[in-house]
Write a protein that binds this ligand. Sequence first.
Ligand SMILES: CC(C)(COP(=O)(O)OP(=O)(O)OC[C@H]1O[C@@H](n2cnc3c(N)ncnc32)[C@H](O)[C@@H]1OP(=O)(O)O)[C@@H](O)C(=O)NCCC(=O)NCCS
Length: 160
Amino acid sequence: MNIRAATADDGEPAALVLRRSIAELCGRDHENDPALLASWLANKTAEHFRDWVRAEDTLCLVAEGDDGAILGVGLMSRSGEIRLNYVSPDARFQGVSSALIRAFERGAAQLGVARLTLNSTATAHRFYLARGFRDEGQPQTGRLRENIYPMAKVLSQTEA
Ligand SMILES: CC(C)(COP(=O)(O)OP(=O)(O)OC[C@H]1O[C@@H](n2cnc3c(N)ncnc32)[C@H](O)[C@@H]1OP(=O)(O)O)[C@@H](O)C(=O)NCCC(=O)NCCS
């Protein structure tokens, strides 16, 4: 597996990974509620992905398998907010999300950013805790809304 900068050509397969990851892996968050799922997926399109790739204030990364398939998609603002971190259901628990987070930690260090922030799903909350993120403030959870666990991680010199 290789982590690389995303390109506009990744639009279709990357959007498919985002959509499948949310629909198939985040059931604990959307509970198969059609309206919630539809609103969550609304901007997970190839067109939006290409906009994220072109934006100057974000780093957009993909994890690529040996066969060239996109296994994961990540997006971080240059101020250290991780906005997307989604693994393909075909590659779950094979280190893809961990590799994306490590890449963002390296990217943040290069940008002089010492603290990463994100809004976790319930699905990924345990994953982020195990990777050194801590809860910041009250989670916003409940039926018919996307779960949001605000989290942050101060990067150590080692990670930088
Ligand atoms: C949970 C998730 C983020 C883990 O990412 P991954 O690429 O599949 O897994 P990795 O191999 O990188 O990391 C494995 C870690 O996931 C966590 N994990 C393992 N089993 C898990 C489970 N059943 N549920 C939740 N987390 C689990 C553990 O922390 C594990 O670390 P460990 O092996 O050191 O104990 C991913 O599987 C997932 O469900 N993603 C859905 C999309 C999402 O919610 N993204 C976050 C948006 S903020």
